[in-house]
Structures are given as structure tokens and as C-alpha cells.
Design a protein around this ligand. Sequence first.
Ligand code: FAD
Ligand code: EPU
Length: 337
Amino acid sequence: MISQNTNIKSYNTFGIDVTAKYFGTFSSIEEIKPILQKYPNEELLLLGGGSNVLFTKDTFDGLVLVNQMKGFEVVEDTEDFAIVKSGAGEVWHEFVLNCIDRNLGGVENLSLIPGSVGASPMQNIGAYGVEIKHVFEKLEAFHIASGEVHTFSNDACEFGYRESVFKRKLKNQYIITAVYFRLTKKTKVNTSYGVIEAELAKMGVEAPSIEDVSNAVIAIRSSKLPNPKEIGNAGSFFKNPVVPISILENIQKEFPEVPNYPAGEGEVKLAAGWLIEKAGWKGKTLGHYGVHKLQALVLVNYGGATGKEIYDLSTSLIEDVKTKFGVTLEREVNIIG
Ligand code: FAD
Ligand code: EPU
């Protein structure tokens, strides 16, 4: 069922008040086809949990479809690993908990990331030393132009840091319908990200299970990231910038403590949150919106902000960080104009 002029505030975690010209949900490929045939000329916007989008206008002049394709199935089971197929419309965190319940390891570091399984390959979601490309087997996607279902291997997805082929060359051409993950039964937990070890020590855990790691990640995330049910946001608004070492060296002259991480030959990754904080923006509130007080990489809507206000704030941050540090921040959130 497609409705007209529908308010989709509850379908985007920024909580932007926006009206979709046409709006509907689907739970199978069979349901997609007739909808697309009926609205061939409308701009199409796919949503899962709406946790990585910012609407910048009051109306979306097209068709918004929410993927609700469900399913969790172990399709291959060996002594060492299992391949699990998940419907794209499953909630990511529920999928993670399902894997942990079955003692299948590999996604525990990605606990509590909002959104759907189907969107997870879009930007190769990552946290605490793990990205989905490390456990991704393949995906199935509906090709909008031909109506065929195509399969993409790990390589074909061209995963990078918060990147995939679906954000670049194949943008808006596919609807991801199912994702397959290769999960291990003999998991070596990954606690290399410093704060996880500290959290496990606080919990008094010495030989952590995948469930312990998940609990540690949940505790860390809950302590600094705002819960979208309480404060509108879309997680990190910008990517952490990768820059030539010369830029790092310049910043170090004034701030020897600047956090930085190796990122290939002659380059380093900087922490955008640190740059924004040092530019003086952390916790700044402008009316109903601003920069989160515990995590400067997260822009927040306290209620009633427009997408344009938040977008304009992000432009001010880009300009200021550029002036102060010579670094250009790139938005991570998908901007819907
Ligand atoms: P949406 O916001 O609904 O969509 C995102 C993009 O994918 C859009 O362009 C949409 O058109 C497209 N899309 C969605 N579903 C499909 C589909 N089935 N087929 C084709 N295209 C589709 N991300 C991280 O990587 N790491 C984090 O640690 C992290 N932490 C976060 C914390 C908070 C509090 C919040 C609010 C967000 C965080 N995010 C993080 C961002 C977000 O959770 C992820 O990007 C997530 O994968 C988005 O899923 P979604 O279903 O909400 O996608
Ligand atoms: N920092 C500051 N001030 C801040 C925020 C961060 O100084 O306001 C410093 C921290 O002290 C630390 C460094 O910046 O030294 C990195 O901070 P943190 O570990 O909190 O991670 P992040 O770089 O801000 C990234 C991801 C998150 C992911 C976490 C954990 C990006 C763009 N963001 O954040 O992903 O959860 O690491 O792995 O890569 C998302 O993509 O939406 C997201 C939340």
C-alpha cells in the first residue's frame, strides 16, 4: 500500500519533519515490482532504519520505500564456520544478538549500531576495529532498471572506509534484499581497540567471550553516543579524514597530542571529533540543534530543527576546521536534497 503526503519524521533518526509525496513498505521482491511499475517516473529513496540520512527539505518529492524483508537462516554449517543469510530489513543489532546467541563470532564488535542489515554494506559499517567487509560473504540485490536479482561478492562491493560501490558507481541502482555473512565458531575475539580492553577490565572479565565483547561495546557506545530515541542524530556526521603526514606534522607543532592512526604510505587518519572539538564546537547549541556535548562528531537535533539548519551547521564546521587545521572534512551521512 502506497500512501500520499506522509510524514516520515519517525522513519529518520534525525527526527526531521519531512513529508514524502509517496510512501510505502515492502517485505518481498514480488511486492517491489508492481510498486516500481506504478511509479516509474518518481525519484526513489530506499530506507532501512533511516539512521544515516539527513533530509534537507521539508518535502521529499518522490517515492520513499522502507525495506522490511525479514529472515535469518544458516545456509552452510561446518565445524569452523557458518554462513548466515539475513533479510535486508532485519534490524542490525537484533541480527548481531541472534549470531551471539548461536555462538557465531565476527559481528560482536558491531553491536548496537542502529539501522538495518541491508544498509550495512552501503557504507561498510565499522566500529571498534571491525568492518563488515571482514565477515561479509556476498549479497543479493534487485537491479531496478532490469528487474533482475544480482549477486555481489566481497570484492565486487569495493568496500573501503565507510565506502562501497553502492555509494559510488552504482548509487541508486540497486535495492539490497539479502546479505550473507561468514561467521566463525572458533572465534578469537578482537579487543585491539584500546577502550574495549579497559571496559572488559572494568567488568572484571579476563577471558572474554563474544558476548562479553558485545556487552563491553554496548557499554562504551551507551556512555558517549546519544540514543536517537531520545536525541535526534545519525551517528558520526563526518568521516575521519585521511591526510598526508605533513598536515599531521603541522598540527603537532601546536598540539603534540593530536590523535592519529596509520593509513597507508605517507598518510594518516585524523579524528574528526578531535578537530571539531579543538575548533571550539563541542557541545555548542544553536536553538534546537547543535554539536553533541560528549562526541563532537555527532550533530544533534534536540527537537524541531530543520534538516537545512543541521546541514548549514555542518558547512560551518567544514569551513572552520579547514581554516584552523587545513583539513577538509567529508560528510558521512547521506544528504537527501
Ligand atoms: P538508512 O539510513 O535507512 O539508509 C542509509 C543509506 O543506505 C541511504 O542512502 C539509503 O538509501 C541506502 N539504503 C538503505 N537500505 C538499503 C537497501 N536495502 N538497498 C539499497 N540501499 C539502501 N555507522 C557505522 O558504520 N558505525 C557506527 O559505529 C555507527 N554508529 C552509529 C550510531 C548512531 C547513534 C547512529 C544514529 C548511527 C550510527 N551509524 C554508524 C550510522 C548508521 O547506523 C549506519 O550507517 C547504518 O548502516 C544505517 O542503516 P539504516 O538501515 O538506518 O540506513
Ligand atoms: N575525540 C575527541 N573529541 C570528541 C570525539 C572524539 O577528542 O569530541 C577523540 C577521542 O578522544 C579519540 C578519537 O577522537 O582519541 C576517536 O574517538 P572515538 O574512539 O570516539 O571514535 P570516532 O573516531 O569519533 C569512529 C567511528 C564511529 C565508531 C567509533 C568506534 C567514524 C566516522 N566514526 O568514531 O562510527 O563507532 O569510531 O569505532 O569513523 C558512525 O560511523 O556513525 C560511527 C559512530
